[in-house]
Structure formats: C-alpha cells, structure tokens
Design a protein around this ligand. Sequence first.
Ligand SMILES: [Fe+2]
Length: 319
Amino acid sequence: MDDAVITQPFLGFGLGLRTDHFEHILQHQPDIDWFEVLSENYLVAGGKPRYYLEAIAEQYPVVMHGVSMSIGSSDPLDMTYLTALKKLSNDIKPKWISDHICWTSIHGINSHDLLPLPYTDETVTHVAERVAQVQDFLGERILLENVSSYLSYKDSTMDEWQFLSRVAEEADSLILLDINNIYVSARNHHFDPMTYLERIDARRVQQFHLAGHSDYGDYVIDTHDHDIPTSVWDLYQAALKRFGPVSTMIERDANIPAFPALYQELRHAQALANQTLPGNPELQRSRLGSQRCSSTENTNTNTHIKPLAYRKPLAGEMS
Ligand SMILES: [Fe+2]
C-alpha cells in the first residue's frame, strides 16, 4: 500500500461560522484556528453574509462545507450548483471543500435531507465516478462526510466504513469523519463505533466534526443543538489515538449559544487532544488559547486590525 501522505496538514481547532457570531468575530478577532462555512449561504455574491464572510476569510483560514452536492443521486450532477461552488471557492480561497456521502434529491425534487445510500459494489462505482467528475471540475480533492442515519437497506452488502473507504480509494478523494454521526448511527444500528474507527482508511481522514445530539433512549437523533456529550468526547479521544492530530471543528446548527460558550467547548477539544497526544508538535502549533482573553469580553488588544462594520454595497459593487 502506498504510504504517501495525501491529506493536508493539521489546521488546528475551528468553529462553524454562524450569522449570530459575525460581529463578535470581527470585533474581537478570537484566536480560533479556522472557520468552516456553509457554502450554500454564500453562493450569491454581494449582500451582508458575503460581506462578513470575505472580511473573516481575510483574517482566518476557512474551509467550505456543502449540503447540496447530492453525490449519490441518480440525477445528473447539478452543474449550476457546482459552477457557483467553484466561483465561491475562487473568491474566498478555502483550504478545502467538503460535502456528504449521501443523496438529497431525485428527479429534481430536493428532500432537504442527507439521506443514506445502499452500501453495494454498484453504489461504490456510481458514487466514485461522480466524485471523480466533481474533483476534475473543481481541480482538487474533496472531502465526503459520513451522515447519521436512521434506516438501512436490505440490499447493502458491506458496512458503512468499508463503503466510505472504497469510494475514497476509487475516487482518490478524502474523508471528513463526523464523530457524533458515528456515535448516532452506531446507537441506531447497533454496531461498535470503535470498529468504525479501526476499519476506516486512516490515510484519507482530513477533518473531524464534533457535535451534540438528542438521545431518546431507543434511538438517537443528530440534532446539532446541544453541547457535545461525554459519549462523543470519549469517541473523539479514541479517534485521536487512531488518527493522530486531525483538523477538528465544532458544528452547532441550532440553539446556538453565545460565541464564548462555543469557544470554551473548543478549548475542551484542544485540552482532550493535548491529553491524548501529549507533546505532539502539530498540536502545539494551534493558536487557540494564545490570547490573554479570547473572545469572552470586549478586551481586544489587536489595535492594528480595525473592527469592521457592515456597509451596504453601492450599486455597481455587486458582482
Ligand atoms: Fe457533520
């Protein structure tokens, strides 16, 4: 097996960029290593979201994360969407682009959900061919994320970790491992999440997501509206032991707390990583926690960077 490193270097500890935090980030410039942006929110040039994104992308590394590629669908690839995605990428220069290994639409009807695929040889070939087409179009490898699921197909002939690894190998793509999604699916489908971590192709894992969920006892829903629970932190530590330092971000999509609360949760991820991989030189390069006060109060001392205020674009400035 080829041992060449194909993943990008460890980026540190990041947060999902959320509208609620735009002003806070520009005013305080917290020592977050990077931000993940939801691509679909910024595909139209101009306007307030794009103004904030461009201002933040000037100061922080960003990665793009999408929900609309529908890479597993039997519909043709949506070239209008991919063209807009490429344009956004050219504009904000993300470190990488990701989406989910799922299908969202069929016959042009969008379910607005990340639906699981049957895990078969035929699906591996179908998805890998489409990933290769997307990568050729974008000119770079993309990351595909494992989704949480609540049903499985009788037709499946392999486990999810095998399916993800085979698609990544055949398409020469990368993997975004959502640790919470592994936990949620493991509970719902009664498999051991440690087996998932042990069997997935470690050479292609470039990013982790961490999130919370809603636990209903018999089943678990991937709601992203809670703090990260102990069960997911434990699995995160196991993942760090297996994969070493992997760019990690917290994905909070609803019930979004004030920025300082998410910042503290991210510091906890960093503390666990340092505890799990003591003295690791890549972890030492993270700037998280390097400021005397990181975003908890209005005590920004970076006087060389002026806080920005949104100015409505003038006619002719929209592109
Ligand atoms: Fe995720």
